[in-house]
Design a protein around this ligand. Structure first.
Ligand code: NDP
Length: 339
């Protein structure tokens, strides 16, 4: 039969053959900038478990044509990178906050910007806030300072959880999860947000006009706000003075919320009894910052809540599948609200 022309198939047969062909879904190119190049093999194996169609590449892979990229998972993208990706369908923040993307001049405003969500992020933030509030309640900083000196800093514990009200600035996904855990520990909980909330057992305060009443009854102030022009510098001298004497602060939203010299002044004057800080105006916190060595401040290096790669890959893969199937994306950034 070699050399002999193949018989022409009737058009109905071509049609049937095409329909019967196994469908091979096209690969979808996803770039990841989170954890550096060393983390990429781990990201690839995490994503493979959830959607093998995703071709996961490193943010700095020189072999990638920017126009072929369909999705990105990023932390602090450099200027010019996102706008060069002309075939992009959505941007995923590798964290719950998106201010590290929206401050880049050329971030693609016409595309959906998805904030990292999911149960693991909320669980971990709830754990951090619970640990911080218990640390302040039991004055853990005093014992941490006494230990290297071999000093037996015996003292009575003044309060138990039911006697200290925790006030959460920002009662969104993370604030609500933290509230539930704190209630489980016995803390009375109140929250402040833009719109009123109906969370069981949580006293809700809304808007600027209700902020003074919220602060007046707060013994431990927890910040879980997003970074926006409205929330920048909110936790300064004017706000701190409205807290009862001896109050504590947990700062886990963004460093831009706290006026650091005002916080140090409130601690030095004794008006505040202690602070646990995870986020700072400059990160990493510079070695010469007075916050490092302050006897009333516990510093952690922005580790309050980062879901596991496996969980983040699952969340992103499910969102991409939704988008590709024409279903809505979860947890979208709202440009009108700024978060
Ligand atoms: P959400 O958007 O779910 O919640 C934000 C909350 O803040 C909402 O309750 C919102 O009010 C409230 N809010 C925003 N602006 C104002 C305002 N001007 N006045 C009063 N209330 C306001 O965000 P998430 O809970 O998912 O995350 C919160 C923030 O936590 C992130 O933006 C990020 O900065 C930070 N974060 C920190 C991490 C860390 O490791 N330290 C990890 C993850 C996140 P309303 O409900 O009425 O809209």
């Amino acid at each position: 039969a070699r050399g002999r022309p193949l018989p022409r198939l009737p058009s109905w047969a071509v049609c049937a053959a095409t329909l019967l062909q196994p469908k091979v879904a096209p690969t979808v190119l996803l770039l990841v900038k989170s954890g550096g190049p060393k983390a990429v093999p781990d990201w690839q194996s995490c994503f493979r478990r959830h959607d093998p169609r995703l071709d996961v590449r490193c943010w700095t892979d020189p072999g990638v044509d920017p126009a072929a990229v369909r999705y990105v998972v990023v932390w602090e993208p450099e200027e010019g990178r996102l706008s060069a990706m002309t075939g992009l369908r959505a941007v995923f923040s590798s964290a719950a906050g998106v201010d590290h993307i929206t401050r880049v001049a050329d971030w693609p405003r016409h595309l959906p910007l998805v904030r990292m969500g999911g149960d693991d992020t909320a669980q971990r933030m709830g754990e951090y806030i619970s640990w911080s509030c218990l640390s302040l309640l039991r004055d853990a900083r005093t014992f941490a300072l006494a230990q290297p000196e071999g000093r037996w800093a015996h003292r009575e514990t003044r309060f138990s959880a039911p006697q200290r009200t925790v006030g959460i600035l920002g009662l969104g996904n993370l604030g609500a999860a933290a509230a539930r855990m704190l209630q489980g520990l016995g803390f009375p909980v109140r929250g402040w947000s833009r719109s009123r909330k109906a969370l069981p057992g949580v006293e809700s305060f809304a808007g600027a006009e209700e902020l003074p009443a919220f602060l007046a009854g707060t013994d431990i102030l927890v910040c879980l706000l997003p970074s926006t022009p409205e929330t920048a510098g909110l936790i300064g001298a004017e706000l701190l003075v409205q807290l009862p004497a001896g109050a504590g602060l947990v700062s886990a939203g963004r460093g831009q919320h706290v006026v650091e010299p005002d916080l140090v002044a409130a601690l030095d004057s004794g008006h505040l009894s202690g602070a646990v800080m995870d986020v700072f105006a400059t990160e990493p916190l510079p070695p010469d910052s007075p916050l490092w060595r302050h006897p009333r401040i516990t510093v952690t290096p922005h580790i309050a809540s980062m879901a596991s790669r496996q969980e983040r890959a699952r969340y992103v893969a499910e969102a991409i599948a939704a988008q590709e199937a024409g279903r809505p994306l979860p947890n979208l950034f709202d440009p009108a609200k700024g978060y």
